[in-house]
Each structure stands twice: as structure tokens, then as C-alpha cells.
Write a protein that binds this ligand. Structure first.
Ligand code: PBG
Length: 322
């Protein structure tokens, strides 16, 4: 035998030398859920270790994360039912607690990266990402609502906006609205290939945004498809996106790799709530070792080609690295 691959695995030093992928804290984005009020820190039962936080608690949490070396965050609002309506008016209301929190965060932590969620579902009485009429999600009438929301978020200081709604043409529409509003420096991390997945369950429970009457199959990609992800990637690139996102991550590693090979923009991958919850549950049962399985999951997503990983494990990963 002339060729023996095991020679390059013989010692930790050799393995270190030939190691292809390294995951840094810079690659991670930590999702946090925001609630209206003060002194709120409610654990999300289907996603242990994650909380709905009021702004004061959020600031405390960010302080801790910053000390651990994390600096990229994506925020999601848990909007009280009485503030929701058909057209998501509260999403750009001046007294919106989510926008006010972003302002405060950017004052206290100006060098952190703050990413928003652009979609109607947290604010919609229908629980959908788009405007609903007679049971149908309308594409074009949804765009101006998203644009108003996006401009309000840019004004509040978000660095990157994350349209997660999957309406056609929204990246270009938002890009134009942002530029016209004087926010040409605000970026767009587009949910390019967002699949209609069963793995968003804990997230919807966290925000109480479970769709009331319809499923999301008419806007999100079907699990069976890869080629549609390429179509979406080409459109988002043309329309001015700054990041292309694949979501979920672990069950769609092939899509991450495909976009990595076919696109020039940075790729983000959303390691979603259900994927994290699954691992947490197995570890709580003693079936998996958290300190080994969790980093393996994150490294796999990075190896597949994701530059940035949105994961509920960001903080634990940072702690482990200390
Ligand atoms: C929708 C949105 C969803 C997630 C992020 N943004 C859920 C959905 O489409 O219903 C899911 C994230 C996760 O599961 O962790 N605005």
C-alpha cells in the first residue's frame, strides 16, 4: 500500500495542519426574541435555553454575548395579539418596541451587527408573511407594506435587513425603497431558499405566529426541489441582495453547497429552531453528548459552504470555546 490516508490523521498536530474548515465566532449570528415590557425573561418551552426578552433584559444578554465574543445578532419580535391587524400597521408604528429596542442596542453596542426580520407574520392577524385576501396570499400588494417596514427598520439602525417573506421581487423592491429613503448603506440578507419546513415549529410557538388558516406552501420552496433555489439565488443577486440565505440548514446542506458553487455572494444558513430543539431533546435524554454533537452540527453547516450561520447554539458554542 503506497497510499495510506491514515498517515495524515496520526497526531493532533498533523490533523490540525490539514484541517480544512475552522468555525470562528465571527461566522455566527445569534437569534434573540424580543417582547414588549420590562423585566421579561420567559423561557421558550420548545426551545430550552432561549427566552423572550424585554429590551432591558436584551441589553443585559447582549452584554454577556459581547463578553463571550459574539457580535452578530438577529432579532425577532413577539407582538401582542391586540397590536396585530390585516396589514401589519404596527410593523412601522413609531411606538413599535422592536424598533425602539434596535435604536437602544445601536447606541450601546454600535459595533455589533444587528439583523432584522422583514415579514408580515409577527404583526399579521392572519399570521402570514403576506397580505391575505379570500384565502390567497397576494404578492404585489404585500411589497409596499414590506418596504415601509424595511425603511422603518433601517431608520432604527439595523445593519442588515432579513426579508423572510418569500414574495417575488421583494429584494429589488426593498433595495429601491431603501436607496430612495437615504439608506443605501443598509444591507439585505435575503432568505433566498426558504423551504416550507416542519422544522420551524418551536419558532412559531415562541412568537405565537402559527398561521391561523393556511399553510405556507404557496410561497416557500418545496423540500423536493434544488433548482428553484438556483432561480431564487439568481434573482436575489440581480435585485441587489448582499447575502443569500438557505433555511433550514442541516437538512438542506446540499442546497448550501449548490449555492456556494453557483453564486458569488456570501451564503448564510439558518440552523432553525426545530433542528436545534431536536438535538437539545436528544441530549437531555442522554442519547447524545451536547458538547460534541452541537459543534459537529455547526461545523457541518460551515463545511457545506455557509459563511454565516444563524444558530440558537451561538452562545453555547462561544462558551465552549472559552
Ligand atoms: C418568518 C420566519 C420564520 C422563521 C424565521 N422567520 C418562520 C416561518 O416562516 O414561519 C423560522 C426560524 C426558526 O424556526 O428558527 N418570518
Amino acid at each position: 500500500m503506497y497510499k495510506r490516508p491514515r498517515r495524515n490523521r496520526r497526531s493532533a498536530a498533523i490533523r490540525g495542519m490539514v484541517r480544512e474548515t475552522r468555525l470562528a465566532l465571527d461566522n455566527l449570528i445569534y437569534p434573540l426574541f424580543l417582547a414588549d415590557g420590562r423585566g421579561i425573561r420567559e423561557e421558550i418551552s420548545s426551545l430550552p435555553g432561549n427566552f423572550r426578552l424585554s429590551t432591558d433584559e436584551l441589553l443585559r444578554e447582549l452584554e454577556e454575548c459581547r463578553t463571550l465574543g459574539l457580535r452578530n445578532f438577529i432579532l425577532f419580535p413577539a407582538v401582542p395579539e391586540e397590536r396585530k391587524d390585516r396589514v401589519a400597521t404596527y410593523s412601522y408604528a413609531p411606538d413599535n418596541f422592536y424598533l425602539q429596542a434596535a435604536r437602544q442596542v445601536k447606541v450601546e453596542f454600535p459595533d455589533s451587527v444587528l439583523i432584522s426580520d422583514v415579514a408580515m407574520d409577527p404583526y399579521s392577524s392572519d399570521g402570514h408573511d403576506g397580505l391575505v385576501e379570500n384565502g390567497e396570499i397576494l404578492n404585489d400588494p404585500t411589497l409596499p407594506i414590506l418596504a415601509r417596514m424595511a425603511v422603518a427598520q433601517a431608520e432604527a439602525g439595523f445593519d442588515l435587513l432579513g426579508p423572510s417573506d418569500m414574495m417575488d421581487g421583494r429584494v429589488g423592491y426593498l433595495r429601491r425603497a431603501l436607496d430612495e429613503g437615504g439608506f443605501s448603506h443598509t444591507g439585505i440578507m435575503s432568505y433566498t431558499a426558504k423551504y416550507a419546513s416542519a422544522f420551524y415549529g418551536p419558532f412559531r410557538a415562541a412568537l405565537d405566529s402559527a398561521t391561523k388558516a393556511w399553510d405556507k406552501n404557496t410561497k416557500q420552496l418545496a423540500t423536493a426541489t434544488q433548482r428553484e433555489a438556483l432561480i431564487e439565488a439568481a434573482l436575489d443577486t440581480e435585485e441587489g441582495a448582499d447575502f443569500l440565505m438557505v433555511k433550514p440548514a442541516l437538512h438542506y446542506l446540499d442546497v448550501i453547497a449548490l449555492l456556494r458553487q453557483n453564486a458569488q455572494l456570501p451564503i448564510a444558513a439558518y440552523h432553525v429552531s426545530g433542528e436545534c430543539a431536536q438535538l437539545i431533546a436528544a441530549c437531555q435524554n442522554g442519547w447524545l453528548d451536547y458538547e460534541k454533537a452541537m459543534p459537529e452540527a455547526l461545523l457541518s453547516i460551515h463545511r457545506a459552504g455557509a459563511d454565516a450561520i444563524l444558530t440558537y447554539f451561538a452562545k453555547d458554542y462561544a462558551r465552549l470555546r472559552q
